[in-house]
Design a protein. Sequence first.
Length: 486
Amino acid sequence: MGLQFSFQPLLSILLLLLVTATCVSATYPPMSMRFHRTKSVTKTDSLVDLPPDFVAYNYTQTLDHFNYNPESYATFQQKYVLNFKYWGGPNTSSPIFVYTGAEDPITFQITGFIVELASRFNGLLLYIEHRYYGDSMPFGSEDEAFKNASTFGYLSSTQALADYAQLITDVKKNLSAENCPVIAVGGSYGGMLSSWLRLKYPHIVTGALASSAPILYFDDITPQNGYHVVVTNDFREYSESCYNTIKQSWNEIDRVGAVANGLQDLSRIFSTCSPLDSTQKLKDHISLVYVISAQYDNPPENWVSKVCSAIDGTPQGTDILGRVAAGLNASFLGGGGRPCNYISDFKLNNKSAWDWQTCTEMVMPIGHGGNDTMFEAWPFDLNNLTRTCQAVFGVTPRPHWITTEFGGHVSFFFKHLHCVLQDISDTVVAVYTNEGAHGLDLSSSSPSDPDWLVAQRDKEIKIIQFWIAEYNARLSTTKIGNKVGS
Ligand SMILES: *[C@@H]1O[C@H](CO)[C@@H](O)[C@H](O)[C@H]1NC(C)=O
Ligand SMILES: *[C@@H]1O[C@H](CO)[C@@H](O)[C@H](O)[C@H]1NC(C)=O
Ligand SMILES: *[C@@H]1O[C@H](CO)[C@@H](O)[C@H](O)[C@H]1NC(C)=O
Ligand SMILES: *[C@@H]1O[C@H](CO)[C@@H](O)[C@H](O)[C@H]1NC(C)=O
Ligand SMILES: *[C@@H]1O[C@H](CO)[C@@H](O)[C@H](O)[C@H]1NC(C)=O
Ligand SMILES: *[C@@H]1O[C@H](CO)[C@@H](O)[C@H](O)[C@H]1NC(C)=O
Ligand SMILES: *[C@@H]1O[C@H](CO)[C@@H](O)[C@H](O)[C@H]1NC(C)=O
Ligand SMILES: *[C@@H]1O[C@H](CO)[C@@H](O)[C@H](O)[C@H]1NC(C)=O
């Protein structure tokens, strides 16, 4: 796989990760999908290739929900997927589980825990694709949609949330399901969308399960090096010597790279697929490997322990670079049977929808690692990001001002740093796990799941059960059913 990535998917992962890595050292279910997100793979065959019982539809969606300029009346085809298999129907006011699509084609995201929720609660499954991803392209095609900042300008989380609100309302109406409670479910950026949907449209969404959603990772709420501190702790908890080796390796890479033929030596030591032209690229790539290992440190792979065991387990006398190279090989992106290590290229791509979001509102502060972490620096600190975004898209980041405003009847789950870690109220509930990986709870149950994961999902089921029961209790005492739910 290493050879076929474009960098784009890696960056997305990263930023997401960032987004969440911090959230949990966790694993997002379609992780392999993320890694496969090359151009050719993102093309989904619009309405086919779905498992049985899942059917995709088009919805004629409003391009711009927030003004009445004539051109904002334009529409585009938005993809959504329904599965009626478990649904009790409108008359039983059975719930509707809405998967808030994120930065992937929706067809990558349709299995997992949400299906178990639908089965458990006789729910309807509704998956909505995020605008500018998969087949849901404004202006008719990716080429047109990604043309310039004017066409990209309709891509924002705020527009996406309004899409979801409108589509949910319309689907409910068509199914005469106005009385059915809606539970939003999402992970990582999708989890942010789920929680924001509940916050902004409380009359449409009864509750939200937001897994590894770093909604606090903006502005000055979280320290700039927070992400790297979390990753560092994961490694350090596993092994102090692994942490020390990594921490010392950056200087060593610079030292070796600086001498004559040094880059050649580094290319050989790290078995790179093509000759290195800078030490920075190598350091950025290796940093990415550690970050991904921590973010997706899920059982049974447990990448942090794999990488650190390789680093610590080299023969006596192996030098620092030899140890770090062994760690790279043992990693998800590493050698492991591959002939060489493909070194990712940290460039923002002006044809990437996620990179556009990274350059506009989804600006997560990921500054230099600083002395407290095992990282040296990061290619996208905020100043650097601003310069890069101006060069690539001609825009300046304008971070989303989402803050900790948890008024009202909001209900969702979060885990780990940059996420909400403690209950805010009886109805804003945090389900925190010390173990775990990015969005791990949203993956399908498996007999090999550790006890803490089983317990976490059970707790989530109980909370959702409570929401639905409470909603239905209020519904039964209200004559005008469709006014209930806020
Ligand atoms: C849905 O919209 C896409 C994009 O416009 C189009 O390619 C596809 O044929 C449509 N499918 C249906 C069933 O209308
Ligand atoms: C639901 O209830 C309505 C009104 O009582 C009735 O007309 C309709 O047939 C019922 N639908 C189902 C699927 O039972
Ligand atoms: C991407 O870069 C190309 C070449 O510089 C330019 O023509 C295009 O408009 C850019 N696209 C966006 C979305 O900025
Ligand atoms: C983007 O492209 C459209 C269509 O070609 C054009 O009308 C518009 O002026 C362009 N916008 C920018 C900012 O270049
Ligand atoms: C609801 O039904 C109308 C009329 O058949 C249709 O145009 C619309 O696309 C449907 N909405 C959804 C979300 O399926
Ligand atoms: C890493 O993997 C490559 C490719 O399999 C191999 O040639 C190299 O010797 C390995 N390096 C280390 C340090 O294990
Ligand atoms: C970080 O370490 C460097 C070199 O060891 C030192 O000069 C610097 O003051 C330290 N910075 C902080 C914030 O501690
Ligand atoms: C951002 O930082 C990277 C790595 O330090 C550097 O290679 C790149 O030139 C910087 N980009 C800008 C636009 O300053």
